[in-house]
Design a protein. Structure first.
Length: 196
């Protein structure tokens, strides 16, 4: 049980790390257009993101995907920017009739990119054969999923409060906070070491 808690807590620390706020920022951008009534769709997207991260760790363990950390650190804010821009351009449009296929595929790809960043550290702390790494990997994935659901729940509660008590429209809420996310990630992209 203590080993489970170790990797579960490691996942929480990874998601909720204040210094590495990119994970939280992506989840905020992902959740902004949704409300409590959309919980199934949002839970599916969060799970797809977790699957992408877990897949990235597996691909990294097998040596199938090897990518430079500098490139991954550049692509992560790009994924956040794309998600926030998507919110701006699709604000006010209904998601009910839309297929989740495109958004799901993009979310899976973004999960893979985010997972590649952590794979370098994760491989360094888990030693042994591949079979020794599978159980900790899934314990870590469960921790990631629970932490992400917590963040999304906080966004939904915040959205609900602003819309129902302060009379923010869903459109304004999505526009304002997507713009905020863009304002946070643009300087990260501009100042990226990849341009040097």
């Amino acid at each position: 049980m203590s080993e489970f808690l170790t990797y579960f807590q490691l996942a929480w620390g990874h998601v909720l790390d204040i210094k590495g706020f990119d994970h939280v920022l992506f989840l905020i951008a992902l959740a902004l257009p949704y409300g409590f009534k959309d919980w199934k769709r949002l839970l599916l997207l969060v799970t797809i993101f977790t699957i992408g991260q877990t897949l990235a760790l597996l691909l990294s363990f097998f040596g199938i995907v090897i990518i430079k950390l500098l490139l991954v650190e550049f692509l992560i804010p790009i994924t956040i920017l794309i998600t926030a821009l998507f919110n701006l351009f699709s604000v006010g449009k209904s998601y009910k009739g839309n297929s989740i296929n495109l958004i799901g595929i993009v979310t899976l790809f973004f999960g893979i990119i985010h997972g590649l960043e952590f794979s370098i550290y994760f491989k360094s702390i888990i030693k042994g054969s591949l079979s020794d790494k599978i159980k900790p990997l899934f314990e870590f994935a469960l921790g990631i999923e629970v932490a992400q659901i917590l963040i999304v729940l906080v966004v939904l509660i915040f959205s609900y409060i602003l819309q129902n008590f302060f009379r923010f429209s869903k459109r304004d809420f999505t526009l304002v906070f997507s713009s905020f996310v863009i304002g946070v990630v643009l300087p990260i992209i501009i100042e990226s070491a990849i341009w040097n």
